[in-house]
Write a protein that binds this ligand. Structure first.
Ligand SMILES: *Cc1c(COP(=O)(O)O)cnc(C)c1O
Length: 355
C-alpha cells in the first residue's frame, strides 16, 4: 500500500533526493568508492559543500557578509552556541514552546535573559502579540515555527535589535529577509535533509563580541574560517541537503515552496474546519503551514484512537499528535504532495461519514 508520510522529523524528502543520494552512497560520481568512504577533504567532495553553500545563499538571497555553515550537534547544540557567541550581557527570548524554552535555558548560563512574551499559560496555542523588545539586548531569539504546537511566525519581525532565529522546521518554506538576522539556524532533518547536519547562516560582523573564551569547536569563527571543514562534517547528510536544495531550485525556489505550502495547508485546515469531528488546536491567524495540529471535537473524543487506526490502515504515517498536544499532527514540509494531503482529507471525510 502507498504510504503518505506526515512525520514531524526526521521527515519526508522528495523521492528523487533519496534516490540520488542512495546512488552516490553506492558509487560516488563514478569513482568506484561510496560517498560514505571518501575523505571529506577529497577533491570531489569540496564542490559538494561549495554548491550547497551557494544554493542556500541563492535560494534565500543571503546578503554579502554572511557565512553558511554545516555543522553537527543539531539545533539543540546551537541553543548553547548562540549565547556562547552572541550574548554579551542581555538577550531577549520569545517563548513560543518547548524548543524556545530549551534555547532560553541555555542562554541563562551566559547572561541576563528577558522573556519578552510567552503563550505558555495557553499551552502555546498562539504566538504572543503586542509585546515590545528592549533596545538594550544583544539579540532577540525567536522560533519561527513551533513544530510541536503548530504555530508559526511566517514573516520577518520588525524590531530594533538583530534577530536570531531557530528555523529548524520552516527553513526554505518561504522567502526570508536575511539582513534582519544575525543568525538563522536549525537541524536539517525537518525540511532540508536527512538527520545529522545542522545549518547555520551567520552574519560575520556579529561574531567576536562576546567577552568570554569559547572552546574551539563551539566558536562559530572556527567554522567560518575553515568553511565547515575544521573537523569531519556529516558528509552524507550534506550531500543529501545538496540534492534537496537542487530540487527546491528546480521546482521554483522558496516562492514556489511558499505557494505550495499555502495550498496544502488550505486543503487540510479547510477540512478540519468543515468536518464535524475535528477542530484545530491553535488560533487561526497563527496556524503553521508546516505542522497542522488538530484534535477530535469534545463530543467525539472516544473516536480518537479509531480514527488513528482508520487513517493508518489507509497509509497515513506519523499523524499522531505530540504527547503535549494530543490528537493529530500532519506535518506538511516542502516534500509533501497535494496527493498526500488529499489522501488525508479523504480519510477524514470517510471517517465522518461512518460516524
Ligand atoms: C526538531 C527541532 C529542534 C531540535 O532539533 P535537533 O536537531 O534534534 O536538536 C529545535 N527546534 C525546533 C523548532 C525543532 O523543530
Amino acid at each position: 500500500m502507498k504510504k503518505y508520510n506526515f512525520n514531524a522529523g526526521p521527515s519526508m524528502l522528495p523521492r528523487e533526493v533519496i534516490e540520488n543520494t542512495a546512488k552516490q552512497c553506492l558509487d560516488f560520481q563514478e569513482s568506484g568508492l561510496s560517498l560514505m568512504e571518501i575523505s571529506h577533504r577529497a577533491k570531489n567532495f569540496q564542490p559538494v559543500v561549495d554548491e550547497a553553500e551557494a544554493l542556500v545563499k541563492e535560494l534565500l538571497q543571503v546578503p554579502e557578509g554572511y557565512s553558511v555553515l554545516f555543522l553537527g550537534g543539531g539545533a539543540s547544540l546551537e541553543f548553547c552556541m548562540i549565547p556562547y557567541n552572541f550574548l554579551v550581557k542581555k538577550a531577549a527570548y520569545l517563548n513560543t514552546g518547548v524548543w524556545a524554552k530549551k534555547a532560553m535555558k541555555e542562554a541563562k548560563l551566559f547572561g541576563e535573559v528577558v522573556e519578552v512574551a510567552s503563550s505558555a499559560d495557553a499551552n502555546y496555542t498562539f504566538i504572543p502579540k503586542g509585546w515590545t523588545c528592549p533596545d538594550d539586548v544583544d539579540y532577540l531569539h525567536i522560533t519561527t515555527n513551533n513544530t510541536i504546537y503548530g504555530t508559526e511566525i511566517r514573516k520577518d519581525l520588525d524590531v530594533n535589535v538583530p534577530i536570531i532565529a531557530d528555523m529548524s522546521s520552516d527553513i526554505m518554506s518561504r522567502p526570508v529577509d536575511v539582513s534582519k538576522y544575525d543568525c538563522i539556524y536549525g537541524g536539517a532533518q525537518k525540511n532540508l535533509s536527512m538527520a545529522g547536519v545542522t545549518f547555520v547562516i551567520i552574519k560575520n560582523d556579529a561574531l567576536g563580541k562576546a567577552p568570554r573564551q569559547i572552546p574551539t569547536m563551539l566558536d562559530y569563527r572556527t567554522h567560518v574560517e575553515k568553511g565547515s571543514m575544521f573537523n569531519t562534517p556529516p558528509v552524507v547528510p550534506i550531500y543529501c541537503m545538496l540534492e534537496n536544495l537542487r530540487w527546491i531550485k528546480k521546482n521554483g525556489g522558496v516562492e514556489a515552496m511558499a505557494k505550495n505550502a499555502q495550498e496544502r495547508a488550505d486543503i487540510v485546515y479547510g477540512e478540519i474546519d468543515r468536518n464535524k469531528l475535528f477542530r484545530g488546536t491553535v488560533e487561526a491567524e497563527d496556524r503553521s503551514l508546516m505542522n497542522i495540529c488538530f484534535v477530535m471535537n469534545d463530543e467525539y473524543k472516544e473516536l480518537e484512537k479509531p480514527f488513528l487506526d482508520f487513517a493508518t490502515e489507509r497509509g497515513m504515517v506519523g499523524i499522531k499528535g505530540h504527547r503535549s498536544v494530543g490528537g493529530f499532527r500532519a506535518s506538511c514540509y516542502n516534500a509533501q504532495t497535494i496527493e498526500g494531503v488529499n489522501a488525508l482529507v479523504a480519510c477524514m471525510k470517510e471517517f465522518e461519514a461512518k460516524n
